[in-house]
Design a protein around this ligand. Structure first.
Ligand code: 5GP
Length: 181
């Protein structure tokens, strides 16, 4: 569905901009893992469109797996304590794992996930995130690839939801506060 939607206050990234950037990322990531057997680990549900587009734009063989995690804590503030709702199917011991994430905000979720995967014996753990908010600069988390730096606003589209809505919008935009206030 097109991002041109009455609940979107401001368009941040159009579908065309995403496709151009995804192709660039796919090329860099393919070169990086060319001699390896990389496992792309998508974080459900927000990373589904990004994973689909990124993996298809890559020109090396890849495997995919998925995890669903949820941060404990109330409201919109991430506590850093993470619960696994759906675990990996694959054994990642000695594997090169690339976490594919939709958005990096406080970084607490990804920081927990990275240590969790390292503890399972992964040979390497890297991160690609489509979007990054300014808060992410405050935490020590090594993100190797970033699609777009965006302002500190609540965004939806291209996988990102509000109450499970708006995931199918083809770009990313700021949700009008009138929707949730
Ligand atoms: P972090 O631990 O980095 O604060 O949390 C990242 C997670 O918070 C993302 O995976 C996403 O689920 C959620 N999140 C953070 N910012 C936004 C946003 O602007 N819009 C939506 N829909 N989810 C967000």
């Amino acid at each position: 569905m097109q991002l041109n939607h009455p609940d979107i206050q401001e368009v941040l990234v159009t579908a065309e901009q995403i496709q151009v950037r995804v192709a660039e990322l796919a090329s860099e990531i393919s070169d990086y893992y060319r001699d390896k057997n990389v496992l792309l680990l998508g974080v459900l549900k927000g990373a589904v469109p990004f994973m689909a587009d990124l993996s298809r734009a890559m020109d090396i063989p890849i495997q995919q797996d998925w995890m669903a995690v949820s941060s404990y804590g109330s409201g919109t503030v991430s506590s850093g304590v993470v619960r696994i709702l759906k675990d990996l199917d694959a054994d990642i011991k000695d594997r090169d794992v690339l976490i594919v994430e939709d958005i990096l905000d406080s970084g607490l979720t990804l920081s927990w996930l990275t240590s969790n995967l390292r503890a399972r014996g992964a040979a390497s753990v890297e991160i690609v995130t489509l979007l990054r908010k300014p808060e992410a600069a405050k935490v020590k988390i090594a993100v190797r690839w970033v699609g777009f730096d965006i302002p500190n606003a609540f965004v939806v589209g291209y996988g990102l939801d509000f109450n499970e809505n708006y995931r199918s919008l083809d770009g990313v935009g700021i949700l009008s506060p009138s929707v949730y206030s």
